[in-house]
Ligand binder design. Structure first.
Ligand code: AMP
Length: 182
């Protein structure tokens, strides 16, 4: 069984939904940097104020900021985890590798949820989050292609990448995810 898993894939592919389900089934920690940042924005913290405008544009908040959040959570946790929405670029992935070496908790599997752009936009528009209007969605897809997609090659070259078909219902995708994590 795989207990340290990273969810990779474009916005709208279902990373959050699938990570949440799997975490509940396996009693793993679900760490979503997007969720944690939204909570900071809602709480009006200094960190949230710093992140709010950047998130509203669909850009990435600073590496240092998200890294501090992830480090804080992982250091305080023993047991398995699922990372969702982090890393988002190669610098974050390299920093994560170092952090996990330090914690002696290497990633066991990187699940790449695959779905084409038309389907992604449809799903995102039906979600109705603040940063889900069409212009921002398109920007988030561009940011994904430019900054996050290089992580596919990064993890493939480390023999960690497992592609998962992310079409169909939440249950259908969950079954495919369960099959690959064992
Ligand atoms: P998500 O819920 O993963 O779609 O994230 C929502 C927004 O939070 C993104 O569009 C970014 O502005 C920000 N965000 C989430 N995770 C990260 C990350 N790892 N690095 C930088 N920004 C992030």
């Amino acid at each position: 069984m795989t207990n340290r898993i990273l969810f990779l894939g474009p916005p709208g592919a279902g990373k959050g939904t699938q990570a949440e389900r799997l975490a509940a089934d396996r009693e793993l920690l679900h760490l979503s940097t997007g969720e944690l940042l939204r909570a900071e924005v809602k709480a009006g913290s200094t960190l949230g104020q710093e992140a709010e405008a950047v998130m509203a544009r669909g850009e990435l908040v600073s590496d240092a900021l998200v890294l501090a959040i992830v480090r804080h959570r992982l250091e305080a946790h023993t047991g398995g985890w699922l990372l969702d929405g982090f890393p988002r670029n190669v610098a974050q992935a390299e920093a994560l590798t170092l952090l996990l070496e330090e914690l002696q908790q290497p990633i066991e599997s990187v699940l790449l949820l695959e779905l084409d752009d038309d389907e992604l936009i449809k799903r995102l528009l039906s979600r109705g989050r603040d940063d889900d209007n069409e212009a921002v969605i398109r920007n988030r897809l561009v940011v994904y292609q430019e900054q996050t997609e290089p992580l596919i090659a990064f993890y493939r070259s480390r023999n960690l990448l497992v592609p998962v078909d992310a079409t169909g219902s939440i249950d259908a995708i969950a079954q495919r995810v369960a099959a690959v994590v064992g």
